[in-house]
Design a protein around this ligand. Structure first.
Ligand code: MG
Length: 417
């Protein structure tokens, strides 16, 4: 059911209780920065909502977590790595172990979960929040790429929503808000007004170079992203365009779009994030600064707006906006995404798992840069695909696909793309 555009947005809450899962990573720290900014506006009477951080969860960065706990002394704390040093953290507040994110969601029952854990480790807590009817500001794309069916089934059942934090999906969501009304949030059936959606990709640090030229690119070169400052995994994924591939699959699950409604285009300036073509031929595009605090803040204030602390977008400084088609030979990840959307079942989880294993191997300098997508393609072809309709089956598929990818990495049979 589309939202009713005649119904105005509900008033902003006076207090919003927020759990940040992955609080010491790139998105987590920017979320805390944005919450600090919004709370300062609130104290000045310039924003109606005060944000109470009720849970902070890290993988193993105890010292950073202790710092964050000092700023938010009431927050429950989680450390996922059971072997992590816990000095500086109050034992009374601390939950330890791999299930810490799920337990924090269950124990604190926040109004909003910020899902900023990196990788498949983020799936179980996203799913638990969805089951409990808690809205999720989602930065963890693996939750939907691997677990799209189980997460969206749970959301449709509970009525909870995803507020996309990934910049392209946040942009797409904002275009759709103008079409569907202020209550609109994914997941949704495909809005009838949409003909096609295009996500933009910067092309990463190797845009314009040939496959042969980047075959043996170093880790340092691949991490040197031209427009965004991001974590290591997503920076490598941007260089292979696997990030865009994962985002196309994510958009499929969020907005109910089919493979032939979804496309990607190279846009080096990263100024336009998403483009929506409506059935009557109009084109809506979302533009914004390349600053993740914009989509994070939008998710925190939706359906309202607050003054941002980010630098305003200056189009005259950018000068021109360029768009180029994606070369499928140079960037095979995009075609892989289209195939995964059509195939469904285990293919999303396999795509994600094989890519995680290949990127880790590249970061450890075990494989060449040019081998990453070949490992993923070979794993997709070798995998005996099956339904991905429970958390256990998704995690099983993930482990099995990683094992196949690791075998390929070790034997180096995929070294020639
Ligand atoms: Mg993105």
């Amino acid at each position: 059911m589309p939202a009713d555009p005649s119904n105005p947005a509900p008033p902003a809450p006076a207090i919003l209780r927020v759990a940040i899962l992955g609080s010491t990573g790139s998105i987590g720290t920017q979320a805390l920065d944005t919450i600090g900014h919004l709370n300062a506006l609130n104290a000045q009477g310039r924003h109606p909502t005060r944000y109470e951080v009720v849970a902070l969860c890290a993988h193993e960065s105890a010292s950073k977590l202790a710092q964050q706990s000092g700023v938010h002394p009431g927050a429950a704390l989680g450390l996922c790595n059971p072997a992590a040093d816990q000095s500086g953290l109050s034992p009374a507040l601390l939950t330890r172990g791999q299930d810490a994110p799920v337990r924090l969601v269950e124990d604190t029952r926040p109004d909003l979960v910020i899902g900023a854990i990196v990788g498949i480790a983020g799936l179980s807590s996203t799913l638990r929040a969805a089951q409990l009817g808690i809205n999720i500001a989602l930065a963890n794309k693996e939750s939907l790429v691997a677990g799209g069916k189980i997460v969206t089934d749970a959301l449709f059942q509970s009525g909870a929503k995803i507020y996309p934090v990934d910049s392209e999906h946040a942009g797409l969501w904002q275009c759709l808000l103008s079409l569907e009304g202020p209550q609109y949030a994914p997941p949704s059936a495909p809005p009838e007004s949409i003909r096609r959606v295009t996500l933009t990709a910067s092309g990463g640090p190797f845009r314009g170079r040939s496959l042969a030229e980047v075959q043996d690119a170093t880790v340092e070169q691949a991490l040197n992203h031209p427009t965004w400052t991001m974590g290591k995994k997503v920076s490598i994924d941007s260089a292979t365009l696997m990030n865009k591939a994962l985002e196309l699959v994510e958009a499929h699950w969020l907005f109910g779009l089919s493979a032939d409604q979804l496309d990607a285009v190279i846009h080096p300036q990263s100024t336009v994030h998403a483009i929506v073509e409506t059935v009557d031929g109009s084109v809506l595009a979302h533009m914004g600064p390349t600053d993740m605090r914009c989509p994070i803040q939008h998710a925190l204030t939706h359906p309202h707006r607050a003054t941002s602390q980010t630098r305003p977008l200056d189009l005259t400084a950018i000068g021109s906006l360029d768009f180029q088609p994606v070369d499928p030979l140079r960037f095979p990840a995009i075609n892989m995404a289209q195939e995964v959307i059509k195939a469904g079942s285990s293919s999303g989880a396999v795509l994600n798992a094989a890519n995680e294993a290949a990127v880790e191997a590249f970061l450890k300098k075990q494989i060449a840069f040019g081998t990453i997508t070949a490992i993923v393609q070979n794993t997709l072809e070798r995998f005996d695909h099956c339904p991905a309709d429970s958390l256990e089956s998704v995690l099983g598929i993930h482990a099995q696909a990683r094992a196949i990818a690791t075998e390929l990495i070790n034997s180096n049979t995929a070294a020639t793309p």
